[in-house]
Design a protein around this ligand. Structure first.
Ligand SMILES: Nc1ncnc2c1ncn2[C@@H]1O[C@H](COP(=O)(O)OP(=O)(O)OP(=O)(O)O)[C@@H](O)[C@H]1O
Length: 443
């Protein structure tokens, strides 16, 4: 490994799972793919901790397991100590396991209840033929003490321990083979808050003593804030922002990071955000949105160039357009709830339900919206979609943003790309390298 090569590096890593649930589709050869990880690149220096955060289902565990080659990548390359490990044979991978380990979220379910602690840790040593006889027992005791347990615990069974103690056993098991790299997959999420800090401190101490490199996965920014040297924020299979905790939080720039951080109690004494509640849930990775994958929930989608909108008004119209495009509008229950008896009451009900004003300020936008609502009133989603057409398309719904350097952090967001500041959707603008980024959004 050359001196400037990171310990681990992923290039355009993808992991798409075949959707197992739909038997009929499989029978008919209509395969559906869950794009759990969809082209991420990252690197982690020796002795560094990279935090990986994002909502449930965004692909964090899949990144961890694919880096470790426990899951075969669909595409992309992983370099460990400068070597492409995606090309390794199964024998080479078996040897590699000694250098890379995984700590699980739930120690209760990841430790075999029928084995003593001695056997659980010993198993890791045996797989790699590391210690035998008395030196094996000595090593197990040494590992137990290293993680803050007593050597006398070796003959006990998992049910005799608390959650925090079980996680210490899981850590001892991972440490047994003296790995260089550990993926910690939500190692404290299942623990009480008071115990969380102890486990985080233990992981930090072990890193200092042995120079271990961590990928630390969490859904909660407040957990990684104190342990990570850098944090990568994930959304729907992609990394949307990377930076040190200081760069990322002061103040946050990507609208998704901002929303995640606003949910953390007292994230930063200098920044007192209002809690940002993101609309809806994370879209399905089976059929991710076009353009920026976050646009369906983003509170800061860039408005179209040729229409005049107030920001509130635009957000309401954009979110309504998303619902029309996806066909996700329960019109029957809307009619009932608002006691709709004619077209004009239907128009009012739709606007009220979606926080859209009685008349939009832009006459052209108003005409398009009225036509769309009329088509819905007549029961035709198809005509509603035709009416909306591409009128409410913006760079965010059309062009996929790429990570680019903005004031210290790397951000994938059109708000920071000068090509898209006027809101025009220009195909030629989407090709080539990003131009100089702007430092502040217009919002
Ligand atoms: N073996 C699999 N087969 C099919 N789909 C899978 C498989 N494993 C994960 N997925 C899907 O891939 C997506 C990403 O899952 P993943 O567990 O990596 O996310 P995550 O961010 O770690 O979520 P969580 O915090 O809930 O563990 C999810 O939609 C999940 O349902």
């Amino acid at each position: 490994m050359s001196s400037n090569e990171p310990l681990i590096r992923a290039e355009n890593l993808k992991k798409h799972y075949q959707n197992e649930s739909d038997f009929i589709d499989r029978l008919l050869g209509r395969q559906q793919w869950v794009k759990a990880v969809d082209g991420i690149s990252l690197e982690i220096e020796e002795g560094e901790t990279l935090g990986l955060v994002g909502e449930s289902g965004c692909g964090k565990s899949t990144v961890g397991r694919t880096l470790l080659q426990l899951h075969e990548p669909t595409d992309g390359t992983v370099y460990f100590k400068g070597e492409d490990i995606t090309e390794y044979s199964s024998n080479e991978l078996r040897e590699l396991r000694q250098e890379m380990q995984l700590i699980f979220q739930n120690p209760q379910s990841s430790l075999n209840p029928r084995l003593t602690v001695n056997d659980i840790i010993g198993e890791a040593l045996d797989i790699h033929g590391l210690e035998e006889g008395q030196s094996r027992d000595e090593r197990i005791k040494e590992l137990l003490e290293l993680v803050g347990l007593s050597a006398s615990h070796a003959n006990r069974y998992p049910h005799e321990f608390s959650g925090g103690q079980l996680q210490r056993i899981g850590i001892a098991r991972a440490l047994a083979v003296e790995p260089d790299f550990i993926v910690c997959d939500e190692p404290v999420s299942a623990l009480d808050v008071s115990v969380q800090a102890q486990i985080l401190n233990l992981l930090k101490d072990l890193q200092e003593e042995f120079g271990i490199t961590y990928l630390f996965i969490a859904h909660d920014l407040s957990v990684v804030e104190h342990i990570a040297d850098r944090i990568a924020v994930m959304y729907l299979g992609e990394i949307v922002e990377v930076g040190t905790p200081e760069e990322l939080f002061a103040p946050p720039q990507h609208p998704y990071t901002e929303a995640l951080l606003s949910a953390v109690p007292e994230p930063d004494p200098g920044w007192n955000p209002e809690r940002i509640i993101l609309e809806g849930t994370v879209p399905s990775p089976l059929d991710p949105p076009s353009g920026c994958k976050f646009h369906t929930r983003c509170p800061k989608v860039i408005p179209p160039a040729d229409l005049e909108f107030e920001q509130e008004e635009w957000r309401a119209v954009r979110s309504f357009a998303t619902r029309v495009e996806s066909g996700d509008l329960p019109l029957g229950s809307l009619r009932e709830e608002y006691d709709v008896s004619d077209a004009s009451e239907f128009d009012e009900a739709i606007r009220e339900e979606h926080d859209i004003p009685a008349r939009l300020s832009d006459p052209e936008a108003e005409e398009i919206l009225s036509e769309t609502i009329q088509a819905l009133e007549q029961g035709s989603f198809e005509r509603a979609n035709d009416a909306i057409g591409d009128a409410f398309e913006t760079p965010c719904t059309v062009h996929e943003p790429e990570l680019q350097q903005v004031e210290g952090t790397e951000i994938a967001c059109h708000l920071y790309d000068s090509r898209y500041q006027d809101g025009s959707v220009d195909e030629s603008a989407a090709s080539g390298q990003p131009t100089a980024a702007v430092s502040e959004s217009d919002d």
